[in-house]
Write a protein that binds this ligand. Structure first.
Ligand code: IVH
Length: 701
């Protein structure tokens, strides 16, 4: 199975081909072993493949692939850790790239909090460590649990592993810590330690790591704790999650306390007062970046006052009170070999550059996105050109510019779908603007779209069906047993009806994995509202929007009834207003839902799907709040806070914030200058109140 030529005698061309083959074979073997519980190779065969891959990579380090098996360390251990739900979700940060983005950040906060210009907006500034975040729960001062970030809500329980880090105290020092606290920070590996580890691993003919971050992640997520213990991992504490009692008034004060309780905190953290000071700090750290003992990928700013952090709250997955100011992305130059066209689940065609493999920031890149045909025209790029590409963090690499034009002919986007041959067209949107994307018009007949939609439906952010990934979907689709989402729940019947042998007898399945897959599918027969809606893959109705609808409507029936009425009544109808009245929902989402509902085949699909599953109701947020589930409208001038803050606060308390008054409105909060909305509310008999009465109602007077 492994190539016959010794690695030392391979040509570079052969090495490229063999690394590709090895990546594929090892991934297949991993899937058979981990996802299907049905090993396709003996241990010795498997080890031989990995060893061969390591040998070739050692000889041609620059050929290491993005998907190299040597980079996928510990990822396969995913199933082995218990799940751990975070007390408070672990969020991500919004990114700033330009100085202006930082100025906007400060201005946005000032506007939200209505800070007068003379009021200082103090922030902390600190390096953004390129590692992996970890949440440590301490009960009565003792470390009881360590969890990785995971999807933000639920991570993996790596308590035993975390206990091996000397930077993580098993018991809190000092005094004054809350009885219960989630301490958060970054696990990382210092550059020197990383280099030494790779020398050791290489000498032992084991896989080497692409960069310190991968090494840190791979070392922490080891089922064998002894391996973690042998790895030089470090930890900086910089934040916290759920706490039983507040312990500081400021971010800087809180971090100082974390230091007193025994954590290592970043000595480069400072407190800054103006945007100019922030930017000066950024440039200073950027200049020192290469000399720091650990990798960083930017600087993080956080509002220092915790009462302001509280008021600012969150937007979808990131706090309004913090931002990451990223450093310039890493760039490289290479030859563009060809342009492939991929078909997405909404039929959009994406041109993807196939590249002569090149390392960018320690990772081998062989593909980069070209976004759309306008981008290709703008860049003037064609196969054969030498191009500059960039890769920033985990985002897909992109082509930046042509460095040297080749001799080849210009490239044109196909006007038929490469998967189904239907016309691929660019549409005009409502505002008369040409869509930048060309879309396959094949709709349901396009196999590429159907498969991508199914993959999306079962993906982690949607129904999250264990063991049902891209490869299985492709297989079931190809065998004709899964065409549409409902077929997943009829898999056993469909296999039987197709006259195929039971799944237990399929290659790569086996009794155990078939049983596991059916159980995983059954476990999703009562999907969460937001996941279910996101899974339908309706344009403009993604994860965030689906969550907003779920929190706004709570029950699927109520939501879909509004969609149906919106489809009947059109824009402006009450049903339509019920949709757009949800905070954060705009016309695009409402229109897309109406269009979806108007298609008979979508209605049929949904009906069939709902005969298989029952969408669970969303639990109302903050049920103890007197305004939970109430529809609230704000009008007129507010005096104690800005309109944005009032709306954000109301949503956080579980209220539904609407923009216009209707018979559905429960409360109208009217400040001075209120006009037509107040009149309408009064005519409809809606309860109206002043800002002071509202604050009294929510207990914040
Ligand atoms: S604060 C609610 N501070 O960056 C804000 N994050 O892009 C919580 N990170 O998931 C994060 N250094 O893993 C914060 N000094 C720092 C950080 C930092 C690295 C990571 C962290 C987070 C990610 C967001």
């Amino acid at each position: 199975m492994t190539g016959g030529t010794p690695a030392s005698a391979l040509t570079e061309q052969d090495a490229v081909a063999e690394l590709a083959r090895l990546a594929r074979e090892i991934a297949d073997a991993d899937a058979a072993y981990y996802q299907n519980d049905a090993p396709s190779l003996t241990d010795a065969e498997y080890d031989a493949l990995r060893l061969r891959n390591a040998e070739i990579e050692a000889r041609f380090p620059h050929l290491k692939r993005e998907d190299s098996p040597s980079l996928k360390v510990g990822a396969e251990a995913g199933d082995g850790f218990a799940k751990a739900r975070h007390g408070i979700p672990m969020l991500s940060l919004e990114n700033a790239f330009a100085d202006d983005d930082v100025a906007d950040f400060a201005a946005r906060i000032r506007r939200f909090l209505a800070l007068p210009t003379e009021t200082e907006l103090a922030c902390t500034a600190e390096p953004k460590i390129d590692g992996l975040s970890l949440s440590l729960t301490y009960e009565k001062g003792r470390l009881v649990r360590a969890a990785t970030r995971g999807d933000g809500q639920t991570g993996e329980d790596v308590t035993a592993n975390a206990k091996t880090l000397s930077d993580i105290p098993a018991k809190l020092a000092g005094k004054g810590w809350p009885d219960s606290i989630e301490v958060r920070g970054e696990v990382y590996m210092a550059k020197d330690d990383f280099a030494a580890l790779n020398v050791r691993e290489g000498a032992a003919e084991r896989k080497v790591f692409a960069n310190p971050r991968n090494a840190a992640a791979g070392s922490l997520r080891q089922l064998d704790v002894e391996i973690t213990k042998s790895r030089p991992l470090r930890f900086f504490a910089y934040a916290w999650g759920a706490v039983s009692a507040p312990f500081s008034d400021t971010q800087s004060g809180a971090v100082e306390l974390l230091g007193k309780w025994g954590f290592v905190t970043n000595p480069l953290m400072v407190r800054v007062l103006t945007v100019e000071e922030i930017l000066a700090y950024y440039r200073d750290i950027e200049a020192r970046r290469a000399g720091l003992p650990y990798d960083i990928d930017g600087v993080v700013y956080k509002v220092d006052r915790l009462d302001w952090q509280q008021r600012l709250g969150f937007v979808s997955r990131a706090p309004r009170w913090a931002i990451a100011h990223k450093f310039q992305a890493e760039k490289a130059t290479t030859t563009l070999l060809g342009i492939d066209v991929q078909v997405g689940r909404t039929g959009s065609l994406t041109p993807v550059a196939r590249l002569e493999p090149v390392t960018v920031g320690g990772v081998m890149v062989s593909n980069a996105t070209l976004h759309n045909e306008d981008e290709i025209a703008r860049l003037g790029v064609k196969p054969g050109d030498v191009v500059e590409i960039q890769r920033a963090g985990d985002v897909i690499p992109q082509v930046l510019r042509v460095v040297k034009a080749g001799k080849g002919p210009a490239w044109t986007m196909p006007d038929v779908c490469p998967a189904c041959g239907s016309a691929a067209v660019r549409e005009m949107d409502e505002a008369g603007e040409m869509d930048v994307r060309r879309r396959c018009s094949g709709g349901l007949i396009c196999p590429a779209q159907a498969v991508e939609r199914l993959k999306h439906f079962v993906s982690r952010k949607a129904l999250d069906i264990d063991g049902l990934g891209a490869r299985q979907i492709e297989l079931f689709f190809e065998k004709g047993v899964v065409h549409a989402p409902q077929d997943i729940f009829r898999l056993r019947k469909n296999i039987e009806a197709a006259g195929l042998p039971p799944l237990e007898e399929w290659d790569g399945f086996g009794a155990a994995s078939a049983k596991k897959l059916y159980a995983a599918i059954d476990a999703r027969r009562t999907p969460e509202f937001a996941r279910f809606l996101n899974g339908l893959g309706i344009r403009h109705v993604g994860q965030t929007t689906s969550g907003q609808f779920a929190r706004g409507f709570l029950s699927w029936q109520a939501f879909w009834y509004a969609v149906q009425r919106a489809a009947e009544g059109g824009p402006g109808s009450e049903g339509y207003q019920d949709l757009t009245g949800i905070d954060g929902i705009g016309d695009a989402a409402a229109r897309a839902l109406v269009q979806f509902e108007a298609e008979p085949h979508n209605r049929e699909m949904l009906e069939a799907l709902l005969s298989e599953v029952e969408v669970a109701d969303e639990a109302p947020a903050a049920t103890d709040s007197p305004v939970a589930g109430k529809t609230v409208v704000f009008t007129g001038t507010l005096e104690r806070m800005t309109r944005d803050e009032a709306k954000a606060r109301a949503s956080a308390l579980g209220a539904k914030v609407a923009g216009s008054v209707s018979a559905k409105t429960d409360i109208l909060v009217a400040g001075p200058g209120a006009g037509s909305k107040l009149a309408k509310a009064e005519s409809l008999g809606v309860r109206t109140m002043t800002e002071a009465e509202w604050l009294a109602l929510i207990g914040e007077a």
